[in-house]
Design a protein around this ligand. Structure first.
Ligand code: IVH
Length: 699
């Protein structure tokens, strides 16, 4: 396996001795931040890689191995603010496996040491991401809680441990001396609640909130408070997973039996531990646990596999740092560091300017990440990431990759905060960010990106559905000056297109046919295709069926638009303002000349207005009408057909496979739910058949 030299700018061709010295130095620096200040600067995965490289070098050059190397040291130096506690039984670390092959290699070594005896059974459990502690009980009373420290000497945190609700202060049926080891951690919900509180407090005091970075560091920091009341405030949790020194007590034969006994004494033991005799099954279990990674209310960064038989554990023993009978399988990292090569701004189809990070590609969360969004100007400023920085990149589960922040200790001297560009990178016009709004926009209607964006949207399947006009063609036609707005599609110079590379008679005919067919698309699609602010697919259909014609929409007042079911003034003002623009009206006029469908239905003026002002909602497939046809029939009779049911709805017409939520809503609101036959009668007479009429309420 080749390991990247993350976080170390390698010297040119260092000798093994130089590289070893360099690695020890960097590892010690990061270990200090992690263990002493409870603030890891780099992800664990990067730290592990550095340690692994050092270990491999020391194995290759045994002369260069030293007893104080971080590869033999457990944990970090201890804080003198706490009284030292010498562990009667050392608190060891665990060796790591980074893939299933290394896991299998470990189990083979175990078997070899056991010299031909039957393959042992394994206990497979979660590796919790918190802080290891040892709890000492004498005659059933908690007398001491200590951190791991360097494995031999830890810190006395008894006063804090007593505040943790998961940890019993007294035990019944305990032996004279009992040491219980386990992990103190913070649940994700407590972590979120803590940060919520930080936000609220900061808001009340009118300052920027100081947020906790992750649950592990917060748990570690909370346990190592001088004041116990500070620890009590943090809602820490605990899982027990191991015994230390025990005097008296039951004869236990397996690790599983140990866990059961701990549980019976009142200690929390994790529910996801299983035993298995097959290393193949162990591997599947590891993968199953990995899949649960984001389903639990606490973090785990690996799986610990332990030989279950305690006598075999004794026999296998330990080396200077860790037992041979256990291994920690590290789950693929979700955080890694890499270099932020640059910050660029992309202009979206609506003109929104979004900054994004260009990264030295890094494998994280199971994929290679080369770019990551930085969302908006405030986010870049808040994270203060700068081109050239080493940054932490996170990709957890299916969540999009994010840049967590810079590694400040690695920042080049003299670096400056990144300035958000003042001009659009596409058209060069000034970018605009209104007060109180997070997003920055290019507002140049003629900006090539927006022109392309509007045409791409217009051609989309849910709008005018123009096949053969993909993003690439739009880009080519706009660049070639053949197209500058959607109406231009209806007078495209197909001769010029035929002359372009890659086009033949057939492909040009296909395109022409698809553009021609779009003229038949109903008004609702045209409205959606225009990208009017606030007008998505559903609102567009509602607008079309409520007003019936484009002209009526253009002429409508804000009040009339706001009266449409489900609209209100915000949407109404946006629609009204859009149609008030000269450019918008001119565009609509050009579309009319091109022959697009700008009326929802042939409004047959001779039809009686049986539904004048009434709202009838249609859901599901009807036999005698298309979806639009049914709405048009309603509009033609003076009614409207909004997309959703409200108290004011006259009736909900249902065909095959109606929307369940509409039916429930109608039932709850006491709106009659009618079939197609009743619908026909309603259209004719404006009356519901007897059986569907709302019961008259007594006044
Ligand atoms: S057993 C001698 N089991 O991992 C073996 N450790 O890298 C002692 N850890 O210091 C550890 N979950 O903080 C064990 N289920 C688990 C664990 C676990 C998390 C931590 C513990 C330990 C570190 C070793």
């Amino acid at each position: 396996m080749s390991l990247p030299r993350t976080m170390v700018t390698p010297m040119a061709d260092p000798t093994p001795a130089e590289r070893i010295a360099e690695l020890r130095d960097v590892i010690n620096r990061h270990a200090e931040a992690y263990y002493e200040q409870d603030a890891s600067e780099i992800p664990d995965a990067d730290y592990d890689r550095l340690l692994r490289e050092l270990l491999e070098l020391e194995e290759a050059y045994p002369d260069l191995a030293t007893p104080d190397s971080p590869t033999v040291r457990v944990g970090g130096p201890i804080n003198t603010a706490f009284a030292p506690v010498t562990h009667e039984m050392r608190m060891m670390s665990l060796h790591n496996a980074f893939d299933l092959e290394e896991l299998a290699g470990w189990s083979e070594r175990v078997e070899r040491r056991l010299e031909g005896r039957p393959v042992p059974e394994f206990s497979v459990e979660l590796k919790f991401d918190g802080l290891a502690i040892s709890l000492r009980y004498e005659d059933g009373v908690l007398v001491q809680g200590a951190t791991r420290g360097d494995g031999a000497v830890g810190e006395d945190v008894t006063h804090n441990v007593r505040t943790i609700a998961d940890i019993p202060n007294e035990l019944t049926g305990a032996p004279p001396v009992l040491e219980v080891r386990g992990e103190v951690y913070l649940t994700l919900s407590s972590f979120a609640a803590l940060n919520d509180r930080q936000r609220k407090d900061a808001e009340a005091a009118g300052r920027e909130p100081k947020l906790y970075v992750n649950p592990r560091n917060t748990a570690a920091g909370s346990l190592r408070q001088i004041e116990a009341s500070m620890t009590a405030d943090r809602d820490l949790s605990f899982f027990s997973y191991q015994l230390g020194l025990v005097e008296g007590g039951p004869e236990l034969e397996t690790h599983t039996a140990t866990l059961e006994w701990l549980g019976s004494l009142g200690f929390p033991v994790n529910e996801h531990t299983v035993t298995s005799a097959e290393i193949g099954d162990v591997s599947s279990r590891v993968e199953a646990l990995n899949a649960m990674r984001h389903d639990l209310d606490y973090e785990f960064d690996g799986v610990v596999v332990k030989v279950n038989d305690l006598r075999l554990q004794q026999e296998l023993g330990a080396d200077a740092k860790a037992p041979r009978w256990a291994i920690a399988y590290k789950l693929p990292p979700e955080e890694r560091t890499t270099t932020l090569l640059d910050i660029e701004v992309s202009i979206g189809p609506s003109g929104q300017a979004t900054p994004f990070a260009v990264l030295d590609p890094v494998f994280v969360g199971g994929v290679t990440v080369g770019t990551a969004t930085l969302h908006n100007q405030d986010q870049v400023a808040e994270k203060d990431v700068r081109p050239g920085d080493k940054v932490i990149v996170r990709r957890a589960g299916d969540v999009i990759p994010e840049v967590v922040g810079p590694v400040l200790s690695e920042r080049a001297k003299g670096s400056k905060p990144w300035p958000f560009p003042t001009d659009c990178p596409v058209c060069g016009e000034p970018l605009v960010r209104p007060d109180g709004v997070a997003a920055t926009h290019c507002v140049n209607f003629a900006c090539a990106r927006q022109v392309r964006g509007r045409i791409e949207h217009w051609a989309g399947r849910t709008a005018m559905d123009i096949e053969f006009l993909g993003e690439k063609n739009v880009d080519r036609f706009v660049t070639a000056g053949l197209l500058d707005d959607v109406s231009g599609l209806y007078s495209l110079d197909f001769e010029a297109i035929l002359a372009m590379e890659g086009f033949k008679e057939k492909s040009v005919d296909n395109l022409r046919g698809a553009i021609e067919a779009s003229k038949e698309k109903p008004l609702g699609n045209v409205l959606f295709g225009l990208r009017i602010p606030e007008i998505g697919q559903v609102n567009a259909q509602t607008l079309a069926s409520s007003f019936g014609t484009m002209d009526r929409i253009i002429e409508a007042t804000v009040e009339e638009i706001a009266a449409v079911d489900g609209f209100g003034t915000v949407i109404a003002e946006a629609v009204h303002a859009w149609f008030a623009q000269d450019a918008a009206r001119a565009l609509v006029a050009r579309l009319a000349v091109a022959g697009l469908t700008l009326e929802a239905a042939q409004i047959d003026e001779s039809l009686e207005k049986t539904l004048d002002g009434q709202a009838v909602v249609v859901s599901g497939t009807l036999d005698g009408f298309t979806r639009d046809g049914a709405k048009e029939a309603i509009v033609a009779r003076g009614g409207k057909s909004p997309g959703s049911v409200s108290k004011k709805t006259l009736a909900l017409v249902i065909g095959a496979e109606p929307g369940a939520s509409k039916v429930t809503k109608a039932e709850n609101a006491g709106v009659p739910v009618i079939d197609e036959v009743a619908f026909a009668e309603l259209l004719d007479t404006g009356q519901l058949p007897e059986e569907f009429r709302k019961e008259e309420k007594d006044a």
